[in-house]
Design a protein around this ligand. Structure first.
Ligand code: FFO
Ligand code: ATP
Length: 237
């Protein structure tokens, strides 16, 4: 009877185990999965250990690359950044600004810090007080006594910690989501996560540090604004 034939289950596919016959053709109801052949970064979920290794390689490449131009060319690049930071600053009355003491070819924010100080703005520098812990910010003013901190970066020798309302944050790299690549200590992320009132963050980098993605992780906190010698990128742009 035709009806009964229709109810017959389809013939079982002939599946030979690879041990039996490595050339056997396997019939499946859907194509075999090929996800494992794709670059995990393309899929958007590179595992953390891979991300960490990738970031380490990018840091080394980007730091060497930004130090490559002669000093004069780097000064020209810095000079294009200063007015962009100025334009991105909110009204500064009563605002505490955290900046940084530059190293390894970072944009030099010290002239801007001196100018802001002359305008009555209170400034502060980050201090690593313990490894893998949030940083504190100590007041800075021209002539403040500085001592070597982590990596020999100068930090104010004394002063009660202050809470910045605005942070100038150095970037090694950055991406289209305004996520930041730093030096791999996680210090800014930890500090921002621990601050009761999140300050406005202005990330400062160079165009050579632009990456498609830094493969942001749950701990990565994006910058509010990113300034380079060629662009100012804010939320909603
Ligand atoms: N000019 C400037 N000052 C700054 C910072 C900065 O980025 N620029 N910082 C911004 O954070 C803090 C210092 N940042 C540091 C970041 C990482 C390591 C560190 O020990 N890195 C490890 C690598 C970690 C890893 O890859 O897992 C190392 O080099 O061994 C030290 C200091 C405070 N001062
Ligand atoms: N809020 C946090 N709490 C605990 N660990 C954190 C936090 N933020 C970052 N980390 C850890 O810090 C490490 C480094 O992070 P990441 O690669 O993002 O550093 P980075 O932003 O480039 O460094 P830096 O800010 O020091 O320049 C990671 O192992 C990460 O898990």
């Amino acid at each position: 009877m035709a009806d009964t034939e229709h109810r017959q289950p389809p013939p079982a596919p002939e599946i030979a185990s690879p041990e039996e016959d490595p050339n056997a053709t396997i019939q499946c109801s859907s194509p075999p999965c090929f996800m494992h052949e794709l670059d995990p970064s393309w899929l958007g979920f590179m595992p953390w250990l891979e991300v960490r290794a990738w970031r380490k390689a990018q840091r080394a490449r980007l730091i060497a690359d930004r130090l490559a131009p002669p000093r004069e060319a780097r000064a020209v690049r810095d000079a294009a950044i200063t007015p962009r930071i100025r334009a991105a600053l909110p009204p500064m009355a009563g605002v505490v600004v955290g900046f940084y003491w530059p190293m390894r070819g970072e944009y030099d924010p010290r002239p801007l810090a001196r100018a802001l100080h002359a305008e009555g703005v209170q400034l502060a520098l980050p201090v690593v007080v313990a490894k893998a812990a949030p940083m504190v910010f100590r007041p800075w003013f021209p002539g403040a006594r500085l001592v070597p901190g982590i990596w020999d970066i100068p930090v104010p020798a004394e002063g009660e910690p202050v809470a910045p309302d605005l942070l100038l944050v150095p970037l090694v790299g950055f991406d289209a989501g305004r996520y930041r690549l730093g030096y791999g200590g996680g210090y800014y992320d930890r500090t921002l996560a621990a601050m009761p009132k999140r300050p406005t963050t202005i990330g400062i980098g160079f165009e050579q540090g632009s990456l498609a993605t830094i493969h942001p992780q749950p701990h990565d906190i994006p910058m509010d604004v990113i300034v380079t010698e060629g662009r100012t990128v804010s939320a909603g742009q």
